[in-house]
Every structure is written in structure tokens, then in C-alpha cells.
Design a protein around this ligand. Sequence first.
Ligand code: TRP
Length: 360
Amino acid sequence: MKNIILTGDRPTGRLHLGHYVGSLKNRVRMQEEASYDTMYVMIADSQALTDNFANPKKIRDNLIEVALDYLSVGLDPEKLIIFVQSQVKELTELNFYFLNLVSLARLERNPTVKSEIKQRDFSNSIPAGFLTYPVSQAADILLFDANIIPVGEDQEPMLEQAREIARSFNNIYGKTFIEPKALLPESKQARRMPGIDGSAKMSKSLGNAIYLADDKKTLKKKVMSMYTDPNHINIEDPGKVEGNIVFTYLDVFSNEQSFEKYLPDYKNLDELKDHYRRGGLGDVKVKKFLIKVLEEELDPIRKRRALYEQNIDQVFDILEEGSKKASAKGEAKLREVKKAMGLDYFTDQKLKEEIQDKYK
Ligand code: TRP
């Protein structure tokens, strides 16, 4: 079987560390391993409009920001296809057919959409496009025959719905789609990065994110303000590591080499945690270590971003080129879909003959 990877992000803001460990890192790793036949990375501008329909400028402005983030983490347009959702019209067509395969009750049960509806102020008038975006997301995935979807944990309900739609389509119209699987980050902590304020999820809307494009000064300020253990007041006090965000981040980003380089008094994170628990280790020291660890990860990303920022023309070309390639793929698949549904009136010679026979 071919391995076709597809994933995407809504261009509602710059990408942050949650996106990075939740999905971008997996994409770069797979790109490096070349362990796939085709990889698609989609900027989901149409999906972003489902709850930003009144604010198209936000989406338009962030399209290039997300593209810059992609390129700066090392996604390579020579090795994968970066495209823009709204520029592939086959996606909307497939979405239209898929909408018949999903009930309203099923849409209302999607836990991610449910909690998003709670967060947003739709004042009891939920846009139909928002409620149905998991269907459109199924189209994103199934149009390209993608089987591996690197995403964060919150996207698992979308994948579940995509599988159901694929199954239902195949049952009615004949085998046309494969059932995609989510590829979650290996480490549990990376699946849901908490925000710097200690809340469960890093998110732009909560204002608790560290962005890939944050400069050195901003990064430092954010780490210094991070939520730790509120009862760890004096250095001598024993401290709690669980729920202490600085340690959660170290869980994700540090390794033994980081200790060798930046904090050689400790061999590894376990030793550091033990000291913190015992007491006698101050937050500032741990935070300074985390800054160094994050700098090592983010500095090359920033530098690559700066290069592309000076070549915006090239970034547009990459998106346009990628969208054309994605469209060509989509067109071919949609032909197959319409044939399966019997909507190939003008290319099906048999249909004409059957009707001619009927009226003979
Ligand atoms: N819903 C995803 C998010 O908010 C973005 C997305 C749109 C996506 N289409 C997709 C992710 C298809 C994976 C596959 O992050």
C-alpha cells in the first residue's frame, strides 16, 4: 500500500510550540526519513473561515505567516506539496456529496467541535459551515487518498468521522476510499502542550502560547513568566513537578545532551526533578535552563524564517505551485468518485446505449 500523508493547519495566527511538537516535528521527521510516497501539507483557509467568516482579512494575513512557519521548521517544497485549501475546488465538491452521509445528531456529538462551540461566542446561532467542518475535513483527507494524518490529539474525533464517511461511501457506492489513521506524537506530553499560564492547552485565543517566530527576548520573557508550583516560594521549599509547566516543557524538549551542554551538574531530568522535589532548587535556575534548551530548537527556525521573509515572492510561488499539483490530484480522484456515484453522464458510453435500448 502507498503511504500518503496529509495534514494541515488553520491560518488564524502564527504557529506555536503546541503545533510544533504536536505535528510539525512529525512531518519534518517523516520528510527526512522519506517514509512516504506523497506528503501534502494544507493551509486550511476555507476551514478557518467557518468561524471567521466575518473577518476574512485575518485569514488572508495569516496565510503567509503559516507558510513561513512551515518553511522555517524545514518543510521542503521539493519533497512535499504545500497547498491552499480554497484553491482546490474539488474539495468543496466532495464535501457536498459527503454531507449526505452524516446526520445532524452525529455532527453534534463530535467532542472537539462541541468544546469549540462552547469556547466561541456564537450566541446560539452556530453557523452550519462550522458544525459541518469535520465533513469538509474528511474531504481534505479522502480526496487525496491519504492514510496517515499527523495531528494533535484533539483531531482524533475528525479522523473518526472521516473513517465513518469513507466506510459509508464505500458501502453505498463501492470501494473508493481508504480509512485514514491519525499519527499522534510519541510522547504523551507532546500530544497536548499546556500554555505558559498552566492551562491545559496552548492556544492563540487563550494568549498563552510561545510562537515559533518569537524572538529571543520574547521567548525569555515568556519562560520567565511561566506557571510553576505556586507553593514553591523559597528556594529551600520542596517543590511539585507535576503540573509544573517548566518541567512539562523540559519533558518534551530536553535530553541528556542538553544537560551535558547547559546544566552539567545534573545527569538528566530525573535528577533535576528529584532536587526540585527535595527543595533547594530555585525556579529561575530551571527556567534559565529551559530557555537555553528552547533557544537551541528555535534559533535555526528563526534564521530560516528570516531568509524566506526576504523572499516572499518565492513563498507565493511555492503555494501556487503546490495548489496546482494538489488540484490535479483532486481532479482525478473526483472523476473516480463521480463515476462511483453514477454522475459520469457524459463519459459513460453505456448509459446512452441503455437509454437508447429502453426507447427502442
Ligand atoms: N482542523 C485542523 C486544525 O485545526 C486543520 C485541518 C484542516 C486538518 N484539514 C485537515 C488537519 C486535514 C489534518 C487533516 O488543526
